[in-house]
Design a protein around this ligand. Structure first.
Ligand SMILES: [Ca+2]
Length: 324
């Protein structure tokens, strides 16, 4: 029997319940008041770049050109089934599509790095959720922006900023997250190798599906973070809260057995996706396959020989008829 849990800390709403209960893990959460954030040695989070704390939000970047800011958890994640709720606000003076670049939520092996992917390093290892507010790839807008997308990095995959990361994205959706009238939130749930991304941006207090990736394998011990960057175009990128819930999920005995037998995941990957197959192993022929391959080869050669001989015979006969 799966009980329904009413949440009191996030407006008491929730969609499908496929877990028994959840439990807020304070050590992985960033909530008001952000006491000692980035300053105290007892703080569980570090600030970098232009990130600054105010009573109501953590501003990753101000609405000014060429800024980078981030906040990173100090504690490696050891929760197997979890849900992360992110409350953020992106706003600025720029007219639509004259603002940028957006922000990213991370769960990665490395932390506190500078770089070109929304203020974090490229070729990252782990999970990146991007709230991309500027269309770099095409100005015809065959895709609405802001666009929220998911990428899994394995340390060699590269996020292509000029193409808005389309070549590496695992899923995503348009979400009107900039200069929004309503609270803008996103939810990332990871359980049983399935990653679900949902958004709530239109004040209806319900989660809308954005991406759903199965067979996604993420090692444990990674760090949560949020980062943002501005370039020629800018925005205020504010993080209001990141809440991490540990989920209690029912597993069938078969599922438990399968998980125990699985090898420990050391590099993030998605099953059945070519870009995550580092080694390509040639399939070996079984004995039966080998026997039939040999049999048909011999039979085929035999047929060819017979056909060849009869053609040769006729040709010889024709030749003889012609000369005599
Ligand atoms: Ca972009």
């Amino acid at each position: 029997m799966v009980a329904t849990v009413t949440k009191t800390n996030l407006d008491g709403f929730r969609n499908e319940q496929d877990f028994i209960e959840d439990f807020l893990k304070r050590e992985y959460s960033l909530v008001k008041p952000y006491r000692g954030l980035g300053l105290s040695s007892s703080s569980q989070w570090d600030l970098m770049g232009t990130a600054m704390v105010t009573p109501d939000y953590v501003r990753l970047t101000p609405d000014l050109q060429s800024r980078q800011g981030a906040v990173w958890s100090r504690i490696p994640l050891s929760v197997p089934d979890w849900e992360l709720q992110v409350h953020f606000k992106i706003h600025g003076q720029g007219k639509k599509n004259l603002n940028g670049d957006g922000m990213a939520i991370w769960l990665t092996k490395d932390r506190m790095q500078n770089g070109p992917v929304f203020g974090n390093m490229n070729q990252f290892t782990g999970l990146g959720i991007f709230i991309d507010t500027y269309p770099n790839a095409d100005k015809n807008l065959d895709r609405l922006f802001p666009f929220v997308s998911v990428m899994l990095g394995n340390g060699s995959l590269s996020y292509d900023h000029d193409y808005d990361g389309r070549t590496t994205e695992l899923g995503g959706c348009a979400a009107m997250t900039r200069n929004a009238v309503y609270d803008t939130l996103l939810l990332v749930r990871y359980s049983k190798n399935r990653l679900t991304l949902m958004v709530d941006v239109d004040g209806k207090q319900e989660w809308k599906d954005c991406a759903d990736v199965t067979g996604l394998r993420l090692p444990s011990g990674y760090f949560f973070g949020a980062s943002s960057a501005t370039g020629d175009l800018s925005d205020n990128h504010d993080l209001i809260a990141m809440k991490l819930y540990q989920l209690t999920v029912e597993r069938t005995p078969e599922e438990e057995e399968a998980e125990e037998e699985e090898e420990e995941v050391t590099i993030p990957r998605v099953d059945n996706m070519e870009q995550f197959q580092v080694e390509v192993q040639e399939e070996e022929m079984s004995g039966v396959q080998f026997f039939f391959t040999l049999l048909f080869s011999v039979l085929g050669l035999g047929v060819l020989a017979v056909v060849g001989l009869s053609v040769y015979g006729r040709w010889k006969e024709n030749k003889r008829k012609r000369f005599y």
